[in-house]
Design a binder for this molecule. Structure first.
Ligand code: PHE
Length: 510
């Protein structure tokens, strides 16, 4: 860990914007509104806010502060706290690697839809054509077959996606410095434009009422609580090796307590703005019942195009709106995608002593080749399975282990000291931090993990996506095996590092 050569953020604002860029992603646009629609609007918002305050904010500050304290990416920083913690950092890093292989493909899809938005010009009122546009271009079978076919538009957009990701992160913090302000500003402008259109539609008020007014009866549904905790965790990009790496480039003078608050509330603000856009446009086009049913790509590529072609009688306006929407998703996705790459390359270059630039190219190249699988006819099904395991199992289990390790086997006073080092006004109180890291986070994440296992075995008969024709082999290969590899990577990767050290070899082995 060559501390003297470690790069730093150009300014504290760059760090804050980069962390916001990572946190604010597709999840804000297509997961948050769906959960709010499913769980009684304002009731979900309240629980989300609570979960963000109680668990999200302390965990975010914890990760940033251990990065800064140890001046290393996730594995190195956790190793700095206690040698035995290193594998937790590798599990998070490996999971981030798996996630970026498919996140890049999702990014490619939104680029593709932005490029094809002119097609909406001739689709006014044609729900059928609009809702099938995406699936006809990506040529998916929706099942575990068709790996010998590949969609050329997706392939081209995937190359563009990887090119853009690499371009943004090629010189680490230095290149992020130049573009990050646009990547934060542009989606907010796009969302603002869409919110204004949405708010002037006939059903807008009903939509806003459904989003903000709490249906208190929803609070008794345990799934609301499970989903709120999961969304806070996912949305704030914690336990993904990202925030530790970002923290490791921070100056000693930065105020983590204040910056953590800014990051968390900015993330929430974008979720709320996306919620306003989704609720007003879906109510305005009488598609409101779809909002609670569909999330993720199904919402953005299957349902939302139908809303777009019913927005107005002008095909040109609808097409412009489509472009703004998909362009907005591009700007949301890119900084989350490159934050994953940065988290991974920081971990590897710290451990193997390889140059940051070479490590970043290598990671983009390997992940780029792997991501081709999702561009094939069977890719969507594989993506669905991998995504389910990454987010419902690996991420959550890493969260449990990391919080137990730090909360119970490390002196949390040292972390609180690091968080509050440069703050006078806003301080992270010891009680709040300890309750969050030692008790609430491990317990709620364990419940989430157990629930996900229970749901898979009891409700789904042990096979995820059986209704869509996924079989046990695909679950084992794309789900369980990937999960096991991520969890064990912390015991495998250090062996390579040791071998490299023994050989005195200077070439990169990652
Ligand atoms: N926080 C992102 C979101 O809400 C999720 C994410 C970030 C996923 C970084 C992967 C990597 O969409």
């Amino acid at each position: 860990m060559s501390e003297s050569k470690r790069s730093t953020w150009g300014s504290n604002a760059t760090f804050i914007l980069a962390a916001i860029g990572s946190a604010v992603g597709l999840g804000n646009a297509w997961r948050f509104p769906n959960l709010a629609a499913k769980h009684g609007g304002g009731a979900f918002l309240m629980v989300y806010l609570l979960a963000m305050l109680i668990i999200g904010i302390p965990l975010l500050m914890m990760e940033i502060s251990i990065g800064r304290k140890m001046r290393a990416g996730a594995p190195g920083a956790l190793r700095g706290l206690n040698k035995k913690f290193e594998p937790i950092g590798w599990a998070a890093t490996s999971n981030a690697f798996v996630i970026v292989t498919y996140y890049a493909v999702v990014f490619a899809w939104v680029i593709m839809m932005a490029a094809f938005s002119f097609k909406f010009i001739n689709m006014t009122g044609d729900n059928q054509a609009a809702s099938s546009l995406w699936s006809t271009i990506i040529k998916t079978t929706g099942t575990i077959k068709g790996f010998d076919t590949i969609s050329i538009p997706v392939l081209i957009c995937l190359l563009v996606a990887w090119g853009l990701i690499y371009y943004c992160i090629r010189n680490g913090t230095k290149s992020v410095d130049k573009i990050i302000k646009y990547l934060i500003f542009l989606p907010v402008v796009c969302l603002g434009f869409m919110a204004i259109k949405g708010a002037t539609m006939p059903g807008a008020m009903q939509g806003l009422a459904a989003f903000f007014i709490p249906d208190f009866s929803a609070l008794s549904n345990p799934m609301l609580w499970v989903d709120a905790v999961g969304q806070v965790f996912y949305s704030m990009s914690v336990m993904m090796a990202i925030m530790i790496a970002y923290g490791s480039f921070l100056s000693d003078e930065s105020n983590i307590a204040r910056d953590g608050m800014i990051i968390a509330f900015s993330d929430l603000a974008v979720s709320l703005l996306s919620g306003i856009v989704m609720f007003t446009t879906m109510y305005g086009t009488n598609l409101e019942e779809m909002l609670a049913q569909k999330s993720g790509p199904g919402l953005a590529f299957g349902v939302y195009p139908t809303a777009i072609v019913n927005l107005s009688n002008s095909g040109v306006f609808n097409a412009i709106f489509a472009f703004v929407f998909y362009f907005c998703l591009c700007t949301l996705a890119i900084d989350s995608a490159f934050s994953l790459v940065e988290g991974i390359s920081t971990a590897f270059s710290d451990k193997f002593g390889t140059s940051k630039k070479k490590t970043t190219i290598t990671i983009c190249a390997i992940a780029g080749v792997i991501s081709l699988i999702y561009a094939t006819g069977g890719g969507l099904a594989v993506l669905d399975i991998v995504d389910n395991w990454c987010n419902s199992f690996t991420l959550i289990l890493v969260g449990v282990i990391e919080t137990v390790a730090i909360g119970w086997f490390y002196n949390t006073n040292k972390i609180i000291g690091e968080i509050n080092r440069n703050t006078k006004k806003i301080k992270m109180p010891k009680l709040w931090f300890d309750i969050a890291v030692k008790i609430v986070a491990p317990i709620s994440l364990s419940i989430l993990f157990i629930w996900n296992i229970w749901d898979l075995f009891k409700n789904k008969g042990g096979i995820y996506g059986a209704a869509d024709g996924y079989n046990i082999t695909s679950n084992v290969l794309a789900g369980w095996a990937v999960f096991a590899l991520c969890m064990l990577s912390g015991f495998i990767i250090p062996l390579f590092a040791r071998k490299k050290k023994n050989n005195g070899d200077s070439s990169s082995e990652d």
